[in-house]
Design a protein. Structure first.
Length: 248
């Protein structure tokens, strides 16, 4: 009897880094659930592509991470479809400037909702299934969770909360569930290019020891390692930043 495919739920999986994580884990033999909030077309197209490669190996599922009650529905739908849940990747994230004096509850709900509230309630809902599978959680944090980025105090605070949640969940869910984080540096410039104009991009690259930005594949490979090849690692954060934080 063949070994069942591990099942991984990936938030924010329709585009960019999340989509690359989904492709990489799928290539490694996982069945994947592609969570999305607004990018339905991208999510459905990616699911169709992955299913063409391996039948019934991917599905797309919409959920607003700010809705805590919906977290349990998303997890239950995943288990109902695939029969198990082996890993959760909390990748979805809002990112925008919130200079002090401009922060309102809408920004709070969006940034904290996607970067901290959503991962907390999804992890809580997934915990019993992950424990059964001796599975794991990987949170995508940010190097600026520990070294804040000027102009983004709310985003940095939310990611710092996710970093704290990573360590707290490792304590709460061990020994049956491992919980780790990947903290990207400069991987992809935001789609709103005005946030990082060319001169600022050049400065960031010059401050990075490897003198270049990374790729989504760099993050995806690290997530794959933590899920499949790191059975004695939990409560840890891996900075994938080209050495930028070595001398910030």
């Amino acid at each position: 009897m063949s070994k069942p495919h591990p099942v991984v739920l990936i938030t924010g999986a329709a585009r960019r880094v999340g989509a690359e994580i989904a492709r990489t884990l799928h290539e490694a033999g996982a069945n994947v659930v592609l969570h999305y909030r607004a990018s339905a077309e991208h999510a459905e197209r990616l699911a169709a592509d992955l299913n063409a490669r391996r039948e019934n190996s991917a599905r797309a599922d919409r959920h607003d991470l700010r809705d805590s009650a919906g977290a349990a529905r998303l997890v239950k739908a995943t288990v109902a479809h695939f029969g198990r849940l082996d890993a959760l990747v909390n990748n979805a994230s809002s990112f925008f400037k919130t200079p002090i004096g401009s922060i309102d509850e809408a920004a709070w709900d969006d940034l904290v909702g996607s970067n901290l509230k959503g991962p907390l309630f999804l992890s809580q809902a997934a915990a019993p299934y992950l424990a059964e599978a001796h599975g794991s959680i990987v949170n995508i944090t940010d190097i600026h969770a520990e070294r804040p980025l000027k102009g983004y105090p709310l985003y940095c605070t939310a990611k710092a909360g996710l970093l704290g949640l990573t360590r707290a969940l490792a304590l709460e869910l061990g020994p049956r569930v491992r919980v780790n984080a990947v903290a990207p540096g400069a991987i992809e410039w935001p789609e709103n290019a005005t946030d990082f104009p060319p001169e600022e991009q050049t400065m960031i690259i010059e401050h990075t020891l490897l003198k270049r930005i990374g790729s989504p594949r760099d993050i995806a490979r690290t997530v794959k390692f933590l899920i499949f090849d790191a059975p004695y690692i939990t409560g840890q954060v891996i900075n994938v930043d080209g050495g930028r934080t070595a001398h910030l």
